[in-house]
Design a protein around this ligand. Structure first.
Ligand code: GLC
Ligand code: CA
Length: 541
């Protein structure tokens, strides 16, 4: 189906804990999301993706799920979820939920019964339990590290109190990995997917989609140092080849077995009406291997994280756009573009410059495929600066503070400059908000036509109304001076990006008009275009 809604959609990520708190406990909740659906609609988006709201001890921001078919009371009730889906649909918005199939929380009843059952029992076989190495079994079964730092194995005490087996956790020790070779696990996930599909959800974001299959579980990695480096997923400034080199032999990523899982899931999605979709969070290089997740009988989309890490360099950006478009086209899938999410520094913080962030955003909004926007991105927020005492991310604790973790991009949203906690909550938010966010609150920006918010609203509105943008027309590149990108989308949209720190002048068609700009100072007369440093312009010709 080439006119499927998700192919060229704008999808907005809500991190519910930081969105809006309606009951004054300092944590955002589902009634808060319902209350602000009209705001989300006003941005010109097509769908809302919610990070997890399931019951959780909250050791990893809810990505430690203790009941995948429930709702954590901190976020609300199942009735709230139902109301959220219905209210979104009434406004013409789709709803996507997060599923976390790589692991459960150690609070999940399955893990508790695994702990109280003996080695070799069916209860343990849902996870990866093994005896330790060494004479007394006090060394982990292999040398793998956790993505959050430290070993990927934790030793348990058996029910008689003796030192026991070890279990695998690619993330925090509170997130035991599930054993996908066990059919009980796939059956339980099918139940979860059906549970939410039956309630009307339009799609799923699949957490750590490349990690489920582990076929070399007791094999040591030959170089733990390069494994740690690969697991930090910190690829800023690295070429595709070096990313691929690092990730190629991570023994628990991108194994062939994951594709069987997604083929089965695709059949399940297709058995439902209503054009349901799925998007994989899968860190896979080279990117040609990522495209294998979106073959016609597998998932619908895979996040393309290139822009999350991209250098502000026109050659690098053009290479990423061309490669992405050709790789997904080869399997018939649409591209995706991501500037921010709940795991990464915000774009203004990363590029250290609001003009560059706006220019990259306007470029991104002009590309064919789906765009993912993380809450607060439309406000041009920067990461909050958080004291070590206030930090909550397990990454911070497991690396003993060497890695500060991801709390900075999770600070609760500023809605109203005049209200306590900028209208997020009547009580202290779970992470402190920067004082300068008063100027960046939604209500301050709504009345300012030059604001980040007004700028995002305009480009997203044009993405809906302009024939060159509201479907997946191809890109035609034009020759451009060094540091400049110049291309055209069929049906008369021309995009010019100046990544340099100086003004550039280029010739465009004499009949062009300016449609949208990322900053002031753009001049166009008789086809002579002057662009200020670090800017993007959309022209109509
Ligand atoms: C994904 C999530 C991240 C979480 C991890 C473990 O990468 O985006 O927030 O910590 O998976 O579930
Ligand atoms: Ca609340």
């Amino acid at each position: 189906m080439n006119n499927s809604w998700w192919r060229n959609a704008v999808i907005y990520q809500v991190y519910p804990r930081s969105f809006l708190d309606t009951n004054g406990d300092g944590d955002g909740d589902l009634p808060g999301v319902i209350e602000r659906l009209p705001y989300l609609k006003s941005l010109g988006i097509d769908a809302v993706w919610l990070s997890p709201f399931y019951p959780t001890p909250n050791k990893d921001g809810g990505y430690d799920v203790s009941d995948p078919r429930g709702v954590d009371p901190r976020f609300g009730t199942l009735t709230d979820v139902q109301k959220l889906i219905e209210s979104a649909h009434e406004l013409g918005l789709r709803i996507i939920f997060d599923v976390v199939p790589n692991h459960f929380s150690s609070d999940h009843p399955w893990f508790k019964s695994a702990l109280s059952s003996p080695p070799g029992s069916p209860e343990r076989a849902r996870f990866h339990f093994f005896d330790g190495r060494g004479a007394s079994g006090d060394e982990p079964p292999n040398n793998w590290n956790s993505l959050f730092g430290g070993p990927a194995w934790t030793r348990i005490a058996e029910s008689d109190g003796s030192f026991g087996q070890w279990y695998l956790h690619l993330f925090d020790a509170s997130q035991p990995d599930l054993n996908w070779a066990n059919p009980e696990v796939s059956l339980d996930f099918e139940k979860t997917l059906r549970f939410w599909l039956d309630r009307g959800v339009d799609g799923f974001r699949i957490d750590v989609a490349h990690g489920l299959a582990k076929d070399q579980i007791l094999v040591d990695h030959r170089d733990p140092k390069s494994l740690s480096q690969a697991l930090r997923l910190d690829f800023v400034g690295m070429t595709q080849e070096s990313r691929a080199g690092l990730l190629r032999d991570v023994p628990f990523f991108d194994r062939e077995g994951v594709h069987d899982i997604y083929r089965a899931w695709r059949k399940l999605f297709d058995s439902y009406d209503g054009d349901r979709m799925s998007v994989a969070e899968a860190w896979v290089y080279p990117s040609s291997r990522a495209a294998r997740y979106v073959r016609p009988d597998e998932l619908h989309q895979i996040f393309n994280f290139d822009f999350l890490m991209i250098d502000w360099n026109s050659d690098v950006i053009r290479e990423a756009i061309e490669r992405t478009l050709s790789e997904v086209a080869a399997v018939g899938a649409p591209a995706t573009w991501v500037l921010c999410n709940h795991d990464s520094p915000r774009i203004v913080t990363r590029l250290k410059d609001a003009n560059r962030a706006r220019a990259l955003a306007l470029l991104t909004h002009s590309l064919p495929g789906s765009i993912y926007i993380y809450q607060g991105e439309e406000l041009g927020l920067e990461d909050g600066s958080i004291s070590d005492e206030a930090r909550q991310d397990p990454m911070f604790f497991r690396t003993h503070g060497i890695d500060k973790g991801r709390d900075g991009c999770r600070v609760p949203l500023p809605w109203d400059a005049a209200m306590p906690n900028f209208g997020f909550s009547s009580q202290d938010p779970w992470l402190p908000q920067p004082a300068q966010w008063a100027k960046q609150s939604v209500n301050s920006q709504e009345v300012d036509p030059e604001s980040f918010l007004s700028f995002y609203r305009k480009s997203l509105a044009l993405r809906k109304s302009h024939p060159a943008l509201n479907h997946e027309t191809p890109i035609i590149w034009h020759h451009a001076p060094k540091g400049v990108l110049h291309f055209e989308r069929e049906w008369g949209l021309v995009v010019v990006v100046n990544t340099t720190d100086y003004k550039v002048e280029i010739e465009v068609s004499a009949t062009s008009n300016i449609l949208h700009i990322s900053r002031s100072g753009v001049h166009l007369a008789n086809g002579h275009l002057k662009l200020p440093a670090n800017s993007t312009v959309w022209l109509e010709s």
